[in-house]
Design a protein around this ligand. Sequence first.
Ligand code: SF4
Ligand code: SF4
Length: 130
Amino acid sequence: MKNGKAFPVPVRARYSCSKCPGYCCSYPEIEVTPRDIERLARHLGLSYDVAEARLTKYDAKEKVRLLRHQKDEHFQTVCTLFDRQQRRCTVYEARPAVCRSYPDSPRCGYYEFLKFERAHQDDPDFIAVT
Ligand code: SF4
Ligand code: SF4
Protein backbone atom coordinates (compact mmCIF):
# COMPACT_ATOMS: atom_id res chain seq x y z
CA MET A 1 0.00 0.00 0.00
CA LYS A 2 1.22 3.49 -0.83
CA ASN A 3 -0.19 6.78 0.43
CA GLY A 4 -2.74 4.74 2.35
CA LYS A 5 -4.43 3.60 -0.88
CA ALA A 6 -4.81 -0.05 -1.85
CA PHE A 7 -3.10 -1.14 -5.08
CA PRO A 8 -5.65 -2.05 -7.71
CA VAL A 9 -5.83 -5.83 -7.94
CA PRO A 10 -5.65 -6.95 -11.60
CA VAL A 11 -8.74 -8.97 -12.41
CA ARG A 12 -8.50 -11.40 -15.30
CA ALA A 13 -11.42 -11.47 -17.67
CA ARG A 14 -13.12 -14.87 -17.78
CA TYR A 15 -14.50 -14.41 -21.26
CA SER A 16 -13.01 -14.27 -24.72
CA CYS A 17 -14.57 -11.89 -27.22
CA SER A 18 -12.54 -13.49 -30.03
CA LYS A 19 -14.46 -16.77 -29.49
CA CYS A 20 -17.85 -15.09 -29.29
CA PRO A 21 -20.20 -14.22 -32.18
CA GLY A 22 -20.84 -10.78 -30.64
CA TYR A 23 -24.00 -10.98 -28.57
CA CYS A 24 -23.44 -7.58 -26.99
CA CYS A 25 -23.24 -5.96 -30.44
CA SER A 26 -26.70 -7.34 -31.27
CA TYR A 27 -28.30 -5.37 -28.44
CA PRO A 28 -30.80 -3.06 -30.20
CA GLU A 29 -30.30 0.00 -28.00
CA ILE A 30 -26.64 0.96 -27.97
CA GLU A 31 -26.62 4.58 -26.90
CA VAL A 32 -24.04 7.03 -28.19
CA THR A 33 -23.10 10.48 -26.91
CA PRO A 34 -21.85 13.46 -28.97
CA ARG A 35 -18.36 12.63 -27.72
CA ASP A 36 -18.68 9.07 -29.08
CA ILE A 37 -19.84 10.41 -32.45
CA GLU A 38 -16.96 12.87 -32.52
CA ARG A 39 -14.45 10.04 -31.86
CA LEU A 40 -16.04 7.77 -34.47
CA ALA A 41 -16.09 10.60 -37.03
CA ARG A 42 -12.38 11.32 -36.48
CA HIS A 43 -11.52 7.60 -36.68
CA LEU A 44 -13.44 7.12 -39.93
CA GLY A 45 -12.37 10.42 -41.50
CA LEU A 46 -15.94 11.72 -41.65
CA SER A 47 -17.50 15.00 -40.59
CA TYR A 48 -19.54 14.93 -37.38
CA ASP A 49 -22.81 15.40 -39.29
CA VAL A 50 -22.08 12.62 -41.76
CA ALA A 51 -21.03 10.20 -38.97
CA GLU A 52 -24.14 11.06 -36.98
CA ALA A 53 -26.45 10.54 -39.96
CA ARG A 54 -24.70 7.41 -41.28
CA LEU A 55 -24.06 5.57 -38.03
CA THR A 56 -26.81 6.65 -35.66
CA LYS A 57 -30.55 7.22 -35.41
CA TYR A 58 -32.56 9.26 -32.96
CA ASP A 59 -34.97 7.49 -30.61
CA ALA A 60 -37.61 10.18 -30.10
CA LYS A 61 -39.40 8.20 -27.39
CA GLU A 62 -36.33 7.79 -25.19
CA LYS A 63 -34.70 11.01 -26.46
CA VAL A 64 -31.37 9.29 -27.07
CA ARG A 65 -29.20 8.61 -30.10
CA LEU A 66 -28.56 4.91 -30.89
CA LEU A 67 -26.19 3.09 -33.21
CA ARG A 68 -27.89 1.93 -36.39
CA HIS A 69 -28.20 -1.79 -37.06
CA GLN A 70 -27.78 -4.10 -40.06
CA LYS A 71 -29.32 -7.51 -40.74
CA ASP A 72 -27.38 -10.52 -39.45
CA GLU A 73 -27.47 -14.25 -40.14
CA HIS A 74 -27.23 -15.30 -36.48
CA PHE A 75 -29.02 -12.56 -34.62
CA GLN A 76 -31.86 -10.61 -36.19
CA THR A 77 -29.67 -7.52 -36.42
CA VAL A 78 -26.28 -6.28 -35.22
CA CYS A 79 -24.60 -2.90 -34.92
CA THR A 80 -23.81 -1.27 -38.26
CA LEU A 81 -20.13 -1.12 -37.23
CA PHE A 82 -19.88 -4.89 -36.75
CA ASP A 83 -18.01 -7.07 -39.27
CA ARG A 84 -20.45 -9.97 -39.83
CA GLN A 85 -17.84 -12.28 -41.38
CA GLN A 86 -15.05 -11.76 -38.85
CA ARG A 87 -17.56 -11.33 -35.99
CA ARG A 88 -15.80 -8.34 -34.53
CA CYS A 89 -16.01 -4.57 -34.14
CA THR A 90 -14.58 -2.58 -37.06
CA VAL A 91 -13.88 0.52 -34.95
CA TYR A 92 -12.53 -1.14 -31.80
CA GLU A 93 -10.11 1.66 -30.86
CA ALA A 94 -12.80 4.30 -31.37
CA ARG A 95 -15.83 2.37 -30.07
CA PRO A 96 -18.40 4.20 -27.92
CA ALA A 97 -17.98 4.45 -24.16
CA VAL A 98 -20.82 2.04 -23.47
CA CYS A 99 -19.07 -0.64 -25.57
CA ARG A 100 -15.80 -0.02 -23.70
CA SER A 101 -17.38 -0.51 -20.33
CA TYR A 102 -19.32 -3.69 -21.19
CA PRO A 103 -19.51 -6.15 -19.39
CA ASP A 104 -17.97 -4.18 -16.51
CA SER A 105 -17.20 -7.42 -14.68
CA PRO A 106 -14.66 -10.28 -14.94
CA ARG A 107 -17.48 -12.43 -16.35
CA CYS A 108 -19.78 -11.88 -19.30
CA GLY A 109 -23.25 -13.44 -18.97
CA TYR A 110 -23.51 -14.03 -22.71
CA TYR A 111 -20.16 -15.82 -22.74
CA GLU A 112 -21.22 -18.05 -19.85
CA PHE A 113 -24.35 -18.92 -21.85
CA LEU A 114 -22.26 -19.61 -24.97
CA LYS A 115 -19.81 -21.86 -23.07
CA PHE A 116 -22.70 -23.80 -21.53
CA GLU A 117 -24.42 -24.31 -24.90
CA ARG A 118 -21.17 -25.30 -26.66
CA ALA A 119 -20.41 -27.86 -23.97
CA HIS A 120 -23.99 -29.12 -24.09
CA GLN A 121 -23.88 -29.51 -27.91
CA ASP A 122 -20.31 -30.86 -27.76
CA ASP A 123 -19.49 -28.37 -30.54
CA PRO A 124 -16.84 -25.68 -29.86
CA ASP A 125 -18.14 -23.57 -32.78
CA PHE A 126 -21.84 -23.77 -32.01
CA ILE A 127 -23.56 -20.38 -32.13
CA ALA A 128 -26.41 -20.37 -29.67
CA VAL A 129 -29.03 -17.70 -30.10
CA THR A 130 -30.74 -16.09 -27.15
S1 SF4 B 1 -21.00 -10.81 -25.49
FE1 SF4 B 1 -19.33 -10.80 -23.97
S2 SF4 B 1 -17.79 -12.25 -24.77
FE2 SF4 B 1 -19.20 -11.70 -26.45
S3 SF4 B 1 -18.20 -10.02 -27.53
FE3 SF4 B 1 -19.60 -9.12 -26.00
S4 SF4 B 1 -18.34 -8.81 -24.17
FE4 SF4 B 1 -17.20 -10.22 -25.50
S1 SF4 C 1 -19.41 -0.05 -31.92
FE1 SF4 C 1 -18.30 -1.95 -32.05
S2 SF4 C 1 -18.32 -2.81 -29.96
FE2 SF4 C 1 -19.93 -1.22 -30.07
S3 SF4 C 1 -21.80 -2.32 -30.60
FE3 SF4 C 1 -20.88 -1.60 -32.51
S4 SF4 C 1 -19.64 -3.30 -33.26
FE4 SF4 C 1 -20.08 -3.66 -31.09
